[in-house]
Design a protein around this ligand. Structure first.
Ligand code: ADP
Length: 512
């Protein structure tokens, strides 16, 4: 399956083979995964007709030369001469670790320049691995830079499969798929550590290990100033109503699988959830991330858009890179409408164009994105949203979350009651009838308030307390009627899909 895609674009290993076969004299592999780079080089040496692989590090010296193990320890200059001692026709790769530290030395730099001219006439390649690309300017043109990306999902799958087999375990395909998807964005060493810990603890790998994987990722994101990692336990079962949205999300989840790739489906881009406050938009973002076993990254929209003029695009790029390194993940752009103030009193123009530039970078990325970053953007209204954002192709779909119908109110009330009283038998008909216009959040508040009423009188709460609590609460919809109606008019115009079954009249096919 993954091989089909590899057929179009050479894999990293194929690219490496090509560079070695083309007698590239000096290769600089930029990576934090030294061991993995060495293993990949070993495999390349084997594939390319049994080249020998020599290795040097400062402490251990040379390895791989018969009877000369340990030579050139603490002698970087001498290490560079290792290839000279081989017969010129012998095919070999010399791997130097940490060598960036010695490239400033005039003797080493000269020797490298000479080698870059001599090596193309011999089947020998010098490879330097380092976490950074750090060379004196005049050496740059002699050295070819090759970035080693983090392991692909296919590589992680193979690795985890091998670890499971080595511990006499057969992983069901669905577990292997979920684990390898969850581990992407981590180094091979981290994946091994997680697997080793799981095996030591329980003697096997399974779905539970995903929690630990997500924790690893959380620590990686903690350093970002625009992104916040949100731990979440919410699942779709915590959402009352919104059946259309839930079904749609379930379909999109399946589109992340390797099977969907080989079927030819594109990776899902994301969804925009629009609706009044408290209708479950944030809850949905949380439930998506948790039930898809992906980390949830919340973007601080205020900070992103209020960046200093000029620095804003760079910050956007950095944010995107961080999110992509965590892929597959859910990028939650919470209250995206807060970032824009176009049209209203000209604030959009007053910020020196920052919000437009940030928006442009964001939109370009969303349109061209090929990474498994699923964007969930939420907005309370659409008045302030720039039309470009709502255009087709940015999001896979725009959903309008309306105030819950009677059936949904019953489901939401029941859900929150069961969370507090798993075996409750409170009849809900009357309360449902008296909570028209309540949002999900207000229904939850009604339950909590009813409990307060009863608790104050030291008794168990019941239907009457719920009815009383509902009567005391003034739902936001009463004050925000106009805003709500304009939102509905917009959505009924075919711009958005209804998240619930009850208002399906404006669903797809109704575009003007
Ligand atoms: P929004 O993001 O739309 O403003 P939230 O998702 O933050 O609303 O809702 C706040 C809280 O209200 C949720 O954490 C949840 O407890 C409750 N809630 C809202 N909508 C629902 C729903 N459809 N089902 C169950 N609970 C809901």
């Amino acid at each position: 399956m993954a091989e089909a895609a590899a057929g179009q674009q050479p894999s990293w290993s194929e690219h490496l083979d090509l560079l070695i076969r083309a007698r590239t004299p000096i290769l600089w592999i930029r990576t934090i995964e030294e061991e993995r780079a060495e293993r990949l080089l070993k495999e390349a040496a084997r594939r390319l007709g049994g080249r020998s692989l020599l290795r040097w590090d400062f402490i251990g010296g040379l390895e791989g030369l018969p009877n000369r193990g340990g030579e050139a320890a603490r002698q970087p200059m001498q290490a560079l001469q290792a290839l000279d001692s081989l017969p010129p026709g012998d095919a070999a790769i010399l791997l130097l670790t940490d060598f960036h530290r010695y490239c400033e030395d005039p003797g080493v730099a000269r020797r490298l320049r000479n080698l870059s001219r001599q090596l193309p006439s011999r089947p020998q390649t010098l490879v330097i691995t380092a976490a950074r690309w750090e060379l004196p300017g005049d050496l740059e043109e002699c050295v070819t830079l090759l970035d080693l990306p983090l392991p692909s999902q296919q590589e992680i799958r193979t690795l985890l499969g091998a670890i499971a087999t080595a511990s006499s375990q057969t992983l069901p395909p669905s577990t292997l798929e979920a684990l390898s998807q969850g581990c992407s964005g981590l180094t091979e060493q981290r994946v091994r550590q997680i697997a080793a810990r799981a095996l030591a603890r329980r003697g096997r790998l399974d779905h539970d290990d995903l929690e630990e994987v997500l924790e690893e990722k959380r620590q990686a994101i903690a350093r970002s100033e625009l992104l916040e990692y949100c731990p979440t336990q919410a699942t779709p079962a915590d959402i009352g109503g919104l059946e259309v949205l839930k079904t749609w999300l379930d379909q999109r989840h399946q589109a992340f699988s390797e099977e969907a790739r080989s079927y030819g489906l594109p990776l899902p881009r994301g969804v925009l959830l629009v609706g009044p406050q408290g209708t479950g938009k944030s809850l949905t973002a949380r439930a998506v991330a948790h039930s898809w076993s992906m980390p949830l990254l919340r973007l601080d929209v205020g900070r992103l858009f209020s960046g200093l003029v000029g620095a804003s695009e760079a910050r956007t790029r950095e944010m995107i890179q961080r999110a992509e390194a965590m892929a597959p993940c859910v990028l939650w752009i919470d209250e995206i409408d807060k970032g824009f103030a176009f049209g209203e009193s000209g604030r959009g123009r007053g910020d020196g164009g920052t919000s437009q530039r940030v928006l442009a970078s964001l939109l370009t990325w969303m349109a061209e994105k090929t990474s498994a970053v699923f964007v969930v953007a939420t907005a309370n209204g659409i008045d302030r949203l720039p039309p470009e954002l709502l255009r087709k192709g940015r999001f896979d779909e725009i959903f309008l979350l309306e105030l819950p119908s009677a059936g949904e109110r019953r489901a939401i009330l029941d859900l929150h009651l069961r969370r507090r009283r798993p075996r409750h038998t409170i009849p809900l008909e009357v309360v449902v009838g008296r909570t028209e216009g309540f949002s999900g959040a207000e229904l939850e508040q009604t339950v909590v308030e009813a409990m307060h009423l009863a608790f104050a009188e030291q008794r168990e709460f019941g239907e009457n307390d719920l009815i009383q609590a509902a009567a005391q609460l003034v739902p936001l919809s009463r004050t925000a009627r106009e805003e709500l109606e304009s939102l509905q008019r917009w959505a009924y115009g075919g711009r958005a899909r209804a998240a619930s079954v009850h208002s399906d009249a404006m669903s797809p096919g109704n575009e003007p």
